[in-house]
Design a protein around this ligand. Structure first.
Ligand code: MD3
Ligand code: FE
Length: 214
């Protein structure tokens, strides 16, 4: 191991690919605060199983906060400024969310990240996310920051084409991944979640993805 690798390891930064960095445990200390904020958000914008444009009900349950939230139905995938279920604005993004996303992006080399949308995914055992690209945001120059909470998941990341080979990455409670630069449009997904228990979330995994959508 050379000095550079050693320094990266001490800072908890692992380069996954050009523009993609894993910050192992970066959100561990703030996790209880984040999870309390998720409960508050879900009290006004409940988790729901969205329909894909193809008419399938997603196994992952979602909600959002920020000035824009994520929605999908038979009409397609899009960001909305109001929760279609309640017609109210999405809950505001908590300060602890924006601060964490900003600081993680900065640590990975993306200074000044100011997300306007946070999609919150909740996985029960068996839930999964098939391989896809995130391409509904306006500016691909901004990274996506993802935060894993609760029970572990195996994350898949591929290349820029659907059929490119994929790599597996196990993400645990407190891990943060920053996807920017040439990795921003990589295909990615989550394998069906295995049964497990976490003291803070029970038998579930919560994933926050921060985006500059508008
Ligand atoms: C790589 N969520 O919400 S986060 C999604 O664990 C989504 O819930 C997954 O994919 C989850 O769209 C994965 C990691 C992630 C998010 C966005 C990416 C990886 C990414 C964008 C480009 C490349
Ligand atoms: Fe995605």
């Amino acid at each position: 191991m050379d000095l550079f690798d050693e320094q990266e390891r001490e800072a908890g930064i692992h380069a996954l690919a050009p523009g993609a960095a894993l910050l192992r445990g970066f959100a561990r200390d703030v996790a209880p605060t984040l999870l309390a904020a998720v409960d508050d958000i879900a009290a006004s914008a409940p988790f729901r199983h969205l329909l894909t444009p193809g008419g399938h009900t997603m196994s992952v349950a979602t909600t959002s906060c920020g000035t824009l939230g994520w929605h999908s139905d038979e009409q397609g995938y899009r960001y909305t400024s109001r929760d279609p279920d309640s017609e109210r604005r999405w809950p505001a993004m908590p300060a602890c969310f924006s601060a964490l996303a900003h600081d993680a992006a900065a640590r990975a080399g993306f200074a000044g990240f100011a997300p306007d949308a946070c999609l919150i995914n909740r996985y029960a055992p068996g839930a999964r996310l098939t391989l896809h690209q995130d391409r509904n945001e306006r500016d691909y120059g901004a990274p996506i920051v993802s935060v894993s909470l609760g029970i572990p998941a195996v994350f898949l990341f591929g290349g820029l084409r659907r059929n490119d080979p994929t790599q597996k990455l196990r993400l645990v409670h407190g891990d943060v991944v920053v996807w920017g630069g040439p990795s921003r449009l990589r295909f990615h997904g989550v394998l069906p979640l295995a049964h497990a228990e976490h003291p803070l979330t029970g038998a579930c995994r919560i994933n926050l993805t921060f985006r500059a959508a508008a």
